[in-house]
Each structure stands twice: as C-alpha cells, then as structure tokens.
Design a protein around this ligand. Structure first.
Ligand code: SF4
Ligand code: SF4
Length: 335
C-alpha cells in the first residue's frame, strides 16, 4: 500500500467511515463447497439465507452497485458472491468505471468460467482465485472449478491464488509446500495467499484445525516464504495467525470494511463471514494483514494500532461524521 493510500484511508476513518467495501454481487454460485460461510444459515443474521435473497442482473445490477459505491465511497472494493463471475457481463461494464474512479478493485472467484481477457491488462484490479488445496481435495470440494478448468480459465491472466487451509490438508505431509510447488512456477500466477478455515462459534467440522496444526501452519509458512517468493505474506501477517483478534470490536479488518449482500441493502455483520464467527480461530488473510499493519511500528517506535483506534473513536464521535446516504436508485427485483 502506498503512503498516499494510507493517508486517504486515515482521512476516511477520521470522518467516521470505512475505507473498504465488500459487495456480494450475486446470490448465485455453481459450486457447493463444504464449509462455505456465504450459504450458512446465519450468514445474514438468521432467517433469510443468501440463496433466498433477491438479487439483480443486467443494468439494474450495474446501477445498484454504483449506487452503493457512491454512498460508501470506498478506496478498496471487493466484489464477491456467490461467485461474481456468474455476472461476468455486468462486471465487464463495472470494473473499468470503478477503476477510473480511483478505486482498487478485487474480484474473488473460483474461476469456474474464463476470466475476461481485458482483466489481464487492467491496473488496480486484483483477481483472487480461490483454490482449496491440491487436485485430490479441490476437485472433490469445488466442482466444476477443477484444476483442469481453472488452468484453462486463467490462461493469459495474472491472478492471485488464494487457498484456505483446512484440517484435512494439515493431516497430510508437506501439503503447503506441495501446493506452492504446483502453483508458483506458473506464469499466470502473480502471488499466492493462504487463509486458515474460520469456523462459526460452536462448529465442529473437519475443516477446523487443531491448535497444534495451526502452529504448524505458522512455522511452515515462515519457512516457505523465504523459498517461494510468490508466497506474498509478510512475516508479521503469518505471525498474526498466532494471535487473532479476540472479538469483532478488536478486529481492524471488521472495523474498516463494510459488507453488503446481494440485495444491495443488507449489511453483513460483524464481518464478511456473517453469523457468529469464532474470532479466536479466525484465519482470514485480510484480517491478519490488517492486524499486522496495526502491530507495525512506524520508524521502529511509533505503534500504528493505538493511532488507528484513537482515530476510529474520534471518527465515530465526531460531529462532522459523514452519514451514509440512503439508496438513490429505485431497485426492481428481477428474480
Ligand atoms: S465458490 Fe465460494 S460462494 Fe461458491 S460455494 Fe464455494 S465457498 Fe461458497
Ligand atoms: S472472524 Fe476474523 S475477520 Fe471476522 S471479526 Fe472475527 S477476527 Fe475479524
């Protein structure tokens, strides 16, 4: 992140706003991944689930997303789902408009279909392709986004590979290194990120890691980052897995990111996972990245965390706090 971006983000926090926005642009996804949080019963707070929510298509979706962006004025925007590539035509229209506005855009997808060719040349766009392990796991967990399809669909692109580490992976030998050995040498891969599976409170599922497995993830990644330059995770980010935020109130990522669901109205709380995420077991890469920034000391002595929390308190209490306006467009539900 450039100094200019940090200053802009700080300005938003002082104004009581969140500099980062995430929009679930569609409720649809052709995959049925075990452990998917987006389709969990409590993702939207209980009652309605994402699959039951009304969403948008075509020009209505384009207008609706731009309206949300106009109201929240983010510096960084993640377009997620469902799988946002279900609405690839709308994204082809939206992405250049958003980039021209100076917004950093991230699209998180399974790459179940081919990425638009123009995205390979688009600056300030990050396409993060979620791949859950080596073919033996991914191809069972994430059809139709199998290795064969992903490789075909990212040809000529420059993407970020994002893998969520599960308990099943950590019960196998050198799994993370074997994953890096497969993806690192490929020209289409710009960098590689790992998250750790984040359960909801009370979950007991095979994707969860034991404490010992989690510690092993940290020590393996600290070693691997020195040998695989495309593993784009700083030491402080990896070490943050050892001490996740104790609650959403203590989570810089949750406090700086607003998540809106596919009806373009529902706010997902307390973070992108929705429901009641088990913060003590959080493995979200973005949350660890924010925690690492907060733990950093400017010039070696000035801690960023206290400055952030003081700025946030100031912004929340400020009489000049900018409220988010109500939706400007009249939405028509198409399905
Ligand atoms: S691709 Fe993502 S949204 Fe779709 S089922 Fe898998 S985890 Fe859920
Ligand atoms: S689950 Fe993770 S990202 Fe969500 S609020 Fe807790 S620590 Fe933050």
């Amino acid at each position: 992140m450039r100094a200019f971006d940090v200053i802009r983000a700080w300005g938003r926090i002082l104004a009581g706003q969140r500099p980062s926005l995430s929009i679930e642009v569609t409720r649809e996804c052709p995959l049925r991944c075990p452990g998917c949080y987006a389709y969990g019963p409590n993702h939207l707070g209980g009652g309605t689930t994402l699959r039951e929510l009304s969403d948008f298509k075509g020009q209505r979706l384009v207008d609706g997303v731009l309206d949300v962006v106009n109201r929240y004025r983010p510096l960084h925007l993640s377009l997620v789902g469902g799988d946002p590539l279900v609405r690839y035509r709308e994204l082809e229209t939206l992405v250049p408009v958003l980039i021209r506005r100076g917004i950093h855009v991230q699209i998180v997808t399974s790459a179940f279909r081919a990425l638009p060719a123009a995205w390979a040349r688009t600056k300030n766009l990050n396409v993060a392709v979620s791949i859950d392990g080596l073919p033996a796991e991914n191809n069972v967990r994430r059809p139709p986004a199998t290795y064969e399809r992903i490789l075909e669909n990212i040809a000529g692109q420059h993407v970020t590979v994002h893998c969520t580490i599960t308990g099943q992976m950590m019960k196998q030998d050198r799994y993370l290194e074997r994953f890096l050995q497969f993806w690192s040498p490929r020209a289409e891969i710009r960098r590689i990120w790992f998250s750790i599976f984040t359960p909801q409170e009370g979950d007991d599922v095979p994707e969860m890691l034991t404490r010992q497995e989690r510690r092993r993830v940290v020590s393996e990644l600290l070693d691997l980052r020195q040998r695989y330059p495309k593993l784009d995770m700083r030491k402080g980010v990896i070490e943050a897995f050892n001490a996740p935020p104790s609650s959403p109130d203590q989570c810089v990522f949750a406090q700086t990111t607003q998540t809106i669901s596919a009806d373009l109205r529902t706010s997902i709380q307390p973070c992108q996972f929705g429901g009641q995420p088990d913060c003590a077991s959080c493995g979200c890469f973005a949350s660890m990245g924010c925690a690492a920034v907060a733990n950093h000391r400017l010039f070696g002595w000035l801690p960023i965390g206290p400055i952030f929390w003081a700025s946030r308190r100031f912004g929340q209490a400020s009489p000049f706090r900018t409220a988010v306006p109500e939706p400007a467009v009249e939405f028509r539900i198409l399905q």
